[in-house]
Design a protein. Structure first.
Ligand code: SAM
Ligand code: SF4
Length: 325
């Protein structure tokens, strides 16, 4: 079992397989040119897998593949099969913008993928275009339908932003009710890579919008999930991911591995240790030692503090497209 320096059990590994993306979301990587190619020192799937085996042997039983856009990485289905063959019981999921799901969902399901979390920030073509800086909506909606058709579990992630998509919170709930899928609203997390003009919504403002049409009851956090759950009068459950809340980090159970082999203890901070040289040499003990050190160093909490950012206050410099969110 993996225990961090604050006594929390860590059983969840998020693995980013690429920093590249086919979208340029305003809150994530708005300014990278579409032709941008990141450093070509990605770990191979075999190298990533060598570390993942160490983590699974030590008690990791939940793995999420993310990015950048993970579906851009060739051979992803083979990677998923490697993980699934090694530990079929592992809760294996993928976070994606769904653009490439229409043509990949079946292959991924066949390889052993169980669930997908899909980013859907708007149901209006122009707004979706504004957010992703590309005409994406029709293809994303097809991707969601395909995932459901092939039997993948689907959850929707939405990042509400003032003056951009804050008027669509209720529409996204209706869309999800219709398809019997859960939506999780994610508070915008301030970071130095995002568009400066973005103003996120606080969890309480998101809930106020929902209350314009529904009565809601708080259910609480589900185990170590970052999502606080609520139920509507009609029985529909949704989640709110609220990293600005002071109790958010109390049960944190996760660490993150980047495509270049950096092992990151907390989404907020820049600190990371590399497993790259160990896995390139096939040095399992070396990788296990780095893992032990990262767990020891895992911070107690992030610094997305409650309330608005004050003038001049530093935001996180950690890029979401690198850590995978
Ligand atoms: N490309 C995939 C996608 O968009 O789902 C996976 C990677 S993306 C970095 C993972 C998650 O991070 C997405 O749900 C996205 O909405 C979220 N995200 C990115 N930047 C964020 C920010 N500044 N605040 C809150 N969530 C963010
Ligand atoms: Fe790409 Fe996902 Fe970042 Fe959007 S949130 S730019 S889809 S990595």
């Amino acid at each position: 079992m993996l225990i961090d320096g604050h006594g929390r059990t860590v059983n969840y590994l998020r693995v980013s397989v690429t920093e590249r993306c086919n979208f340029r979301c305003q809150y994530c990587m708005p300014e990278k040119p579409f032709s941008w190619v990141p450093k070509e020192n990605l770990l191979s799937f075999e190298e990533l897998f060598l570390f993942m085996k160490v983590a699974m042997d030590e008690g990791v039983n939940k793995i999420r593949i993310t990015g950048g856009e993970p579906l851009l990485r060739e051979g992803l289905d083979t990677f998923i099969k490697m993980i699934n063959d090694y530990q079929p019981d592992v809760d294996l999921a993928l976070t994606t913008n769904a653009f490439l799901l229409p043509q990949t969902a079946q292959k991924l399901k066949d390889a052993g993928l169980k669930r997908v979390n899909i980013s859907l920030d708007s149901l209006k073509p122009k707004v979706a275009h504004h957010i992703a800086q590309k005409d994406v909506l029709a293809q994303v909606l097809l991707g969601i339908d395909k995932a459901l058709e092939v039997g993948l579990g689907v959850k929707i992630n939405m990042v509400p932003m003032k003056g951009i998509n804050d008027d669509e919170i209720l529409d996204i709930i209706d869309y999800c009710i219709e398809r019997k899928i859960k939506v999780r609203f994610i508070e915008y997390m301030e970071n130095s890579h995002a568009s400066k003009s973005i103003e996120g919504m606080h969890g309480r403002e998101i809930l106020e919008k929902v209350k314009e049409r529904h009565t809601i009851k708080a259910l609480g956090r589900e185990g170590a999930s970052p999502s606080f759950n609520y139920v509507l009068d009609n029985g529909y459950e949704f989640g709110l991911i609220d990293p600005h809340k002071h109790d958010f980090c109390e049960n944190c159970n996760r660490i993150r591995l980047t495509a270049e082999g950096n092992l990151i203890p907390c989404l907020y901070f820049d600190e990371a240790l590399s497993i790259a040289s160990s896995v390139k040499k096939g040095d399992i003990q070396g990788a296990a030692d780095v893992l032990a050190q990262v767990l020891k160093d895992k911070p107690k909490e992030n610094r997305w503090i409650e309330g608005e950012l004050e003038e001049g206050q530093e935001v996180s410099t950690r890029a979401f497209y690198e850590t995978g969110g």
